[in-house]
Design a protein around this ligand. Structure first.
Ligand SMILES: [Zn+2]
Length: 250
């Protein structure tokens, strides 16, 4: 069963790729056929199978032989794994669909932020809709707890923006990241919001230090949306276990 779920997830990942790329190019993402960005020729369906086609074609376009971006299989793989993780977390139909919807939008947001350092409103609205439905139907916390989660997650990122402006005289946190924080806060009470924020910043620091030490890259702006997405997904699925483990240590 989980292999089937993984394949399904990889297909959804393929859609997340299309969603991100075509939003940035303002193309119609439901209907248009896929084209090779290098030679502009249409891609046959059998060359467009998630993960498998990339491996069979050895990462090159069948027609022009130019290399295909590694982004495609990586995103398909990530969504395949997410699909299995969500399935283990909650295999009932409706919550699963909502989790997959959130995962897809988070991937698309992370991709556009990585590529263009920009987060599109249309993706945020979809994320908002999925989050509200999931919170309303499947998260059993009071409205005050939710408000605290929203205030803490979004408010913390907003404060960072002000602090960055005052101390460093630059934008430490983008408006899109802050909106994302307010939206994702819907899914958490304050404890889970702390977990999500903590995981976001820890993962960003690890990647930042890695880039600085091993890639010798001077990072002026590290796109933060991928880390918010990472921290939030982990907190939705494993947040309570993390808190429990933490409390049993201290
Ligand atoms: Zn081509």
């Amino acid at each position: 069963m989980q292999i089937l779920i993984f394949i399904l997830g990889a297909c959804v990942g393929s859609f997340a790729n299309v969603l991100a790329i075509r939003t940035t190019e303002s193309r119609n993402y439901i209907f248009g056929r896929s084209k090779c960005p290098k030679c502009d020729r249409q891609i046959h369906w059998y060359d467009n199978l998630p993960l498998i086609s990339f491996l069979l074609l050895k990462g090159r376009c069948r027609q022009c032989k130019e290399s295909i971006s590694i982004q495609y299989p990586v995103v398909e793989l990530v969504m395949g794994i997410l699909a299995v993780v969500f399935y283990v977390h909650n295999s009932s139909f409706l919550p699963y669909i909502l989790l997959m919807g959130m995962g897809t939008m988070l991937l698309a947001i992370a991709l556009t932020d990585l590529k263009e350092k920009f987060i599109y409103e249309s993706h945020l609205y979809s994320l908002l809709a999925f989050s509200i439905c999931y919170r309303y139907l499947f998260i059993d916390v009071g409205i005050m707890d939710t408000l605290l989660g929203v205030g803490l997650f979004g408010g913390f990122l907003l404060c960072l923006r002000f602090i960055g402006r005052i101390i460093y005289k630059r934008e430490a946190m983008g408006v899109g990241d802050i909106k994302m924080g307010f939206i994702l806060g819907i899914l958490f009470d304050w404890q889970l919001a702390v977990v999500a924020l903590y995981l976001s910043f820890i993962s960003a620091s690890i990647v930042g230090v890695y880039l600085l030490l091993f890639k010798k890259k001077q990072i002026k702006i590290l796109p933060f949306a991928p880390f918010i997405a990472f921290g939030s997904i982990l907190s939705v699925v494993y947040g309570n276990k993390i808190i429990y483990a933490f409390l049993s240590i201290i």
